[in-house]
Design a protein around this ligand. Structure first.
Ligand code: AMP
Ligand code: GLY
Length: 424
C-alpha cells in the first residue's frame, strides 16, 4: 500500500491501514518521521502524477490512498486508472466538488440541497456593486483551491470590498480567485460530516468537530485546524438521517448520473442553522484534524472498507463504530498560522505515546542531522486520545500533551468543549 501526503492526517491513515491483518508492506510519499515508523518513505511530490504512478507501478503497489486534495483535483485517480493501478479517491471530474466552489454551489442549488444564498462573479466591478447593494455580512470565496485560505468572512461592506480586491484584483490566490462566490453569512454550530462513497452509496463515518481558530474561545485567525473531537453531540442520529437524504444521497446520485461518479471520502462541512443543516463546503478527502479522531473510532479491518468502496460494494460490509469518543489536540509552532521558525527540538513524544489510549500523529516534524525529532511545520503534532466520553478523552489528550515540549509550543485548551457564541 502507498499513502500520499505528509501530515498528521496521513500518519493517522497509515496507522489505521497498518492495523489491517491483510497489509504486507506500507510506503508513504513523501511521509514524515511518524510515517517512517510504519513503513518506508519514498521521495517525491504527490502532485507529480506521472512520477508517482511510475513509482507505484515499479513497486507493485496494490492500492494507493491519497491524503490531500491537490493530487485528486489534478487528476491522479484518472492517471492511475489509465495505467491500470488502483487508487482510493475521486477522479478530477468528481473532485470538482472541492476544486470548484462554483461547480458545487450550482450543483447543490440545482438539486435543492440546503445552502446559503449565493452569487457568482468573474468581474470585480460587478462584485463591488453586489456587496455595496447587499450590505449584509457575507463570505467571499475563491472558486479554486487556495490552500485553505480562500474564504474571507466580511461583516461590513468595507471588509467585503477588501476581500473582493484581495481575491480578484490583487489575485493573491492566482487564477483560483479570478472567479468568486459571495455567500450569505450563516450562523449556527458547525460540524464535519464525512462519508465513504462507493460511486452509488454514501456511508457516513462518525461525526466530528474541527476547532479552526488559533485561540481559546474560537478567537484569532483561522488555521488548518487546532484540534478535533468525535462525535459532535449536536449532530444527532436524526440529523444524520436528514443529512443523508437531503445532502449525501442526492449529490452522490447526481454525480453518478452526470458521468462524474464519486468514489472516495466526501466531506460535507455543515452549519446547523435554525432552519436546519446547510452545506458550507465540500471536501473530497478526509479532513485534517478530523481524520485523527474519526479513524481511531472505526472497528474492523479498514482495508476491507477501502476496497469495498473502491469496488462499489459498500452494502456488503459492516461499518462498526467504537462507542465513546476521541479527541485530538494540535501542538503548533510559535507564530502559527503566521510565520514560524523550524528546527526546534521536540521532547516527550515517546512518554506521551506510552499512555494507554493515546496516539501521537506527527505532522510538521523532521529529523535533524543527529536524528533528533524537530519541528518542520505549523501544525507539529496531533495528540490524540480515546475515552469513554468526550471529557474523558480530552483529559487524557491534555495529560499526554503535558509530556511534550518544544520552544514556544502553543495549543488550545478548550478542544472538545462548546464553541463560544455559536449555539443555534
Ligand atoms: P470553507 O473552506 O468553505 O469551509 O470555509 C471556511 C470556514 O468559513 C468555514 O468552516 C466556516 O467557519 C466559514 N464559512 C464559510 N462559508 C460560510 C457561510 N456561508 N456562512 C458562515 N460561515 C461560513
Ligand atoms: N479540517 C478542515 C479540512 O480538512 O478541510
Amino acid at each position: 500500500m502507498l499513502v500520499l501526503g505528509s501530515g498528521a492526517r496521513e500518519h493517522a491513515l497509515a496507522w489505521k491501514i497498518a492495523s489491517s491483518r491483510r497489509l504486507s508492506r506500507l510506503y508513504s510519499l513523501p511521509g514524515n518521521p511518524g510515517l517512517s515508523e510504519l513503513g518506508e518513505l519514498l521521495p517525491g511530490d504527490p502532485e507529480d502524477i506521472e512520477a508517482v504512478a511510475a513509482t507505484a507501478a515499479r513497486l507493485g503497489i496494490d492500492l494507493t490512498v491519497v491524503g490531500p486534495e491537490g493530487p485528486l483535483v489534478k487528476g491522479i485517480a484518472d492517471g492511475f486508472r489509465r495505467r491500470g493501478l488502483r487508487l482510493f479517491g475521486p477522479t478530477a471530474a468528481a473532485a470538482r466538488l472541492e476544486g470548484s466552489k462554483i461547480f458545487s454551489r450550482r450543483l447543490l442549488a440545482r438539486l435543492g440541497v440546503p445552502g446559503p444564498a449565493y452569487a457568482v462573479f468573474d468581474d470585480p466591478a460587478a462584485a463591488f456593486v453586489y456587496v455595496e447593494r447587499h450590505g449584509r455580512p457575507v463570505a467571499v470565496k475563491a472558486d479554486g483551491l487556495a490552500a485553505g485560505k480562500g474564504v474571507l468572512i466580511a461583516r461590513e461592506v468595507e471588509a467585503a470590498r477588501a476581500a473582493v480586491t484581495c481575491c480578484m484584483v490583487d489575485q493573491v490566490h492566482g487564477a483560483a480567485g479570478s472567479r468568486v462566490v459571495i455567500e450569505e453569512l450563516l450562523s449556527g454550530e458547525e460540524v464535519s460530516a464525512l462519508a465513504l462513497v462507493d460511486g452509488r452509496r454514501a456511508w457516513q463515518l462518525p461525526s466530528a468537530r474541527d476547532y479552526k481558530r488559533v485561540g481559546d474561545g474560537d478567537q484569532g485567525p483561522n488555521t488548518g485546524g487546532m484540534g478535533a473531537c468525535s462525535p459532535w453531540p449536536a449532530y444527532t442520529p436524526e440529523l444524520a438521517v436528514q443529512v443523508q437524504t437531503a445532502v449525501f444521497d442526492p449529490v452522490v446520485r447526481a454525480m453518478d448520473q452526470e458521468g462524474a461518479t464519486f468514489q472516495g471520502v466526501l466531506y460535507a462541512g455543515l452549519m446547523l442553522t435554525p432552519d436546519g443543516p446547510k452545506v458550507l463546503e465540500f471536501n473530497v478527502r478526509l479532513g485534517d484534524p478530523e481524520a485523527q479522531v474519526i479513524l481511531p473510532r472505526l472497528e474492523g479491518d479498514f482495508l476491507d472498507l477501502l476496497e469495498a468502496a473502491l469496488d462499489g460494494r459498500l452494502d456488503q460490509v459492516n461499518l462498526a463504530v467504537r462507542p465513546g469518543a476521541c479527541v485530538s489536540v494540535v501542538l503548533a509552532s510559535p507564530g502559527y498560522p503566521g510565520a514560524y521558525p523550524r528546527g526546534l527540538p521536540i521532547t516527550g513524544v515517546d512518554r506521551a505515546a506510552a499512555l494507554p489510549g493515546v496516539m501521537i500523529f506527527q505532522g510538521g516534524t523532521a529529523r535533524d542531522p543527529d536524528g533528533r525529532l524537530v519541528t518542520a511545520g505549523g501544525r507539529v503534532l496531533a495528540v490524540t486520545a480515546l475515552g469513554d466520553t468526550l471529557d474523558g478523552a480530552a483529559a487524557l489528550a491534555y495529560e499526554a500533551a503535558a509530556h511534550i515540549a518544544f520552544p514556544g509550543m502553543q495549543f488550545r485548551r478548550d478542544i472538545a468543549g462548546p464553541v463560544a457564541g455559536e449555539r443555534s
